[in-house]
Design a protein around this ligand. Structure first.
Ligand code: HAM
Length: 414
């Protein structure tokens, strides 16, 4: 009987795992460098946590379940923000503000798997709680940009498209969209780039929405909005102005945003969003906590990997796998007796040591194996053991020395 991994999931073999770890370490370094502390929450939550304020899109993509024999509804987390807001609310007034948190959890969404979209993915979350000003918004965006820059991307590769919920709502309202149609208008605007113009027109007609209200977003719009003007200044101050642009096509599908929103995209628009975020000043309060303004973003590993691969900034992962400092081989019976203790001595001294499991006595073959795993040194336990000596070969220079067995560490740790 054969089994396949569920649709939209990934089996990560060592090279893919090494690639993921590289991305995660860029995320972690950028977070720590910017003063964010790492948190984690449960992989599943009560279903209600998501139905309250995440928005239609996400709720329709939940993996929900009951415990066998139980009747409480749970859901695998599709995003981290509700968990984070719940955790902040639980701390109540004891939460010292500002609070800067980051997390790198796995998330689950039952969406149709496609390029850039899986059913299980990693998402880096960075959230700044307790400060409500454009400088905090810019700091959050700068943290995302720093991670991307550390991975080798430039402002010519990616763009942060910034918008504001208030501006978009007022543009739609002025164009005659009535309050009862606002939610669906925002949802459609959010999805517009992912649809053909014909399908979009069909959807507008279906909801009796005037196409003119949407065509205004096609051309460049200059809007006077105090927060955006202030944000522009802050983006300059944070040194990331050339990475950013204002773009009112960005709406964001999640319902909890209250102010600026943004998405990070590959410049040519070839891929889905690399990251998305914005300001959400009401969510902590909505979950029973004090009034805590907040801004943050989520960046997934899937689209980011595609973009990095496309730009030649990520190999197949083989190049990231660790290589041993020392490879130990035995070419005689006495060597077989000593190989475990030799390896143990090396490892307990912090040296990455591996061994051959081959039974051959052919030193040439054993050295080929050492070269294949890209060892720096090979320790050969051979006939020289009669004199209590070993041979150490420097695999790069080819230089080979015979020395007393108890001198091994002296030679290897410079
Ligand atoms: P989101 O736009 O739903 O925002 O997701 C953010 C990013 O997660 C996306 O831009 C994408 O890179 C990645 N992502 C989302 N769904 C998938 C999927 N099915 N497969 C692969 N990658 C995916 C949020 O989740 C907000 N909670 C972000 C946030 C944090 N806002 C404030 N703080």
């Amino acid at each position: 009987m054969g089994f396949q991994a569920p649709k939209g999931t990934r089996d990560l073999f060592p090279p893919e795992m090494a690639t993921l770890r590289r991305i995660e370490s860029a995320w972690r370094n950028a977070s720590v460098n910017a003063g964010f502390d790492e948190i984690e929450g449960p992989t599943f939550e009560h279903l209600d946590l998501y139905t309250v304020k995440s928005g239609e899109g996400i709720v329709s993509e939940l993996f929900s379940f009951k415990r066998a024999g139980g009747d409480v509804d749970y859901a695998l987390r599709p995003e981290f923000t509700p968990t984070l807001a719940r955790m902040a609310a639980a701390k109540g007034r004891s939460l010292s503000l500002p609070t800067k948190w980051f997390a790198i959890p796995s998330h689950f969404r039952a969406e149709r798997p496609q390029r850039g979209r899986l059913r299980e993915f990693k998402q880096w979350n960075v959230d700044l709680l307790g400060i409500d000003n454009p400088s905090a918004d810019a700091e959050v965006i700068a943290t995302a940009v720093h991670a991307l820059a550390n991975l080798g991307l430039t402002h010519e590769d990616v763009v942060v498209r910034i918008s504001h919920r208030e501006v978009v709502v007022s543009m739609l309202t002025k164009a005659g969209i009535t309050p009862d149609k606002l939610d669906i208008a925002l949802t459609l605007l959010d999805k517009r780039e992912k649809m053909s113009p014909a399908v979009f027109a069909e959807k507008l007609a279906e909801h009796d929405l005037d196409a003119h209200a949407f065509s205004q977003f096609d051309s460049e719009i200059s809007i006077e909005h105090a927060e955006l003007t202030a944000l522009q200044k802050e983006l300059k101050a944070w040194g990331i102005a050339e990475w950013c642009t204002f773009d009112f096509n960005i709406v964001r599908g999640l319902a909890y945003y209250t102010g600026i929103v943004f998405e990070i995209h590959e410049r040519s628009g070839a891929e889905r969003a690399i990251a998305g975020g914005g300001r959400y000043n009401k969510l902590v309060e909505m979950f029973g906590g004090p009034e805590v303004p907040a801004a943050g973003f989520g960046m997934g590993d899937v689209v980011l990997s595609l973009v990095l691969k496309d730009k030649g900034l990520l190999g197949d992962g083989e190049e990231l796998l660790p290589t041993p400092d020392v490879f130990v081989v035995s070419a005689c019976d006495e060597g077989d007796e000593l190989i475990a203790s030799t390896i143990a001595t090396l490892r307990s001294n912090g040296i990455h040591a591996r061994r051959s499991y081959k039974t051959t006595r052919n030193v040439g073959k054993l050295l080929t194996e050492a070269a294949k795993v890209k060892a720096t040194f090979t320790v050969i336990l051979g006939q020289e053991l009669e004199r209590d000596c070993i041979v150490i070969k420097n695999m790069e220079s080819g230089e080979q020395v015979e020395l007393q067995r108890d001198q091994m560490l002296v030679h290897i740790t410079p």
